[in-house]
Design a protein around this ligand. Structure first.
Ligand SMILES: [Zn+2]
Ligand SMILES: [Zn+2]
Ligand SMILES: [Zn+2]
Length: 220
């Protein structure tokens, strides 16, 4: 691995250790700069103490990456999410921070400023009340089982994912039958009603799913 900055030879392990130490120092410097820019009430030593108290290794990287990606987050928030920032801000408040405080994010579903209960793919968060609403089950109007609503039917009743998918499949095969009938009507000496009858009966009968005791979904 060649020689270290002082010209002494070094092994792989020491080379890697030196790299990790350099990255950690860079992250501490980045976090320190972000805090001192937003918070004049804290001394540099106080901020460094807060950093070392709560952020080691992976957490230090997460915190630095988040502050780098969201440069004004310590001023405008949210600071109570993600958890690594929440803990760090709590440590800064204990250390005497005046400007930096806990600021909750805006819930994607209800638009209120609330602690985050769940982060969605893409980064938006929802509060605990909205999380409970999203995850609660209702009786599906299609299969009458308690299921998480996936969509609503024309009457506004909840439908589970399986019933919604089945309704779409049925609609699709109906369209296919109509298309087939209109093509055949040109060539076959049957009236459309007879053609539909033949086409519908020649469809393979659906099989019933038995992979789970409570499931009786028809597989087209
Ligand atoms: Zn070594
Ligand atoms: Zn909400
Ligand atoms: Zn259902």
């Amino acid at each position: 691995m060649g020689r270290n900055p002082d010209g002494a030879p070094w092994c792989d392990a020491c080379y890697r250790r030196a790299g990790a130490a350099r990255r950690a120092a860079g992250r501490r410097a980045l976090i320190l700069a972000a805090v001192t820019a937003a918070e004049p009430a804290l001394t540099e030593a106080g901020v460094l103490r807060a950093i070392d108290q709560m952020a080691h290794g992976r957490r230090l990287g997460q915190l630095a990456d988040h502050l780098q990606a969201n440069p004004s987050v310590l001023v405008i928030g949210p600071t109570s999410h993600p958890p690594v920032l929440d803990r760090f801000v709590a440590a800064l408040v204990v250390a005497g921070a005046k400007n930096i405080r806990s600021i909750h994010p805006t819930c994607l579903d209800c638009g209120r400023t609330r602690p985050a209960r769940k982060q969605l793919p893409g980064g938006a968060v929802i509060c605990s009340a909205c999380y409970a609403r999203r995850t609660s089950t209702q009786l599906c109007a299609g299969c009458a089982r308690p299921r998480r609503p996936y969509a609503r039917d024309e009457a506004g009743h909840p439908r589970c994912h399986a019933c919604t998918r089945r309704a779409r499949t049925d609609l699709l095969s109906l369209e296919q039958i109509e298309r087939l009938t209109s093509v055949l009507a040109v060539h076959v000496a049957l009236d459309p009603a007879q053609i539909i009858d033949v086409v519908t009966r020649s469809r393979p009968a659906g099989t019933t799913c038995r992979s789970w005791p409570s499931c009786s979904t028809t597989i087209a």
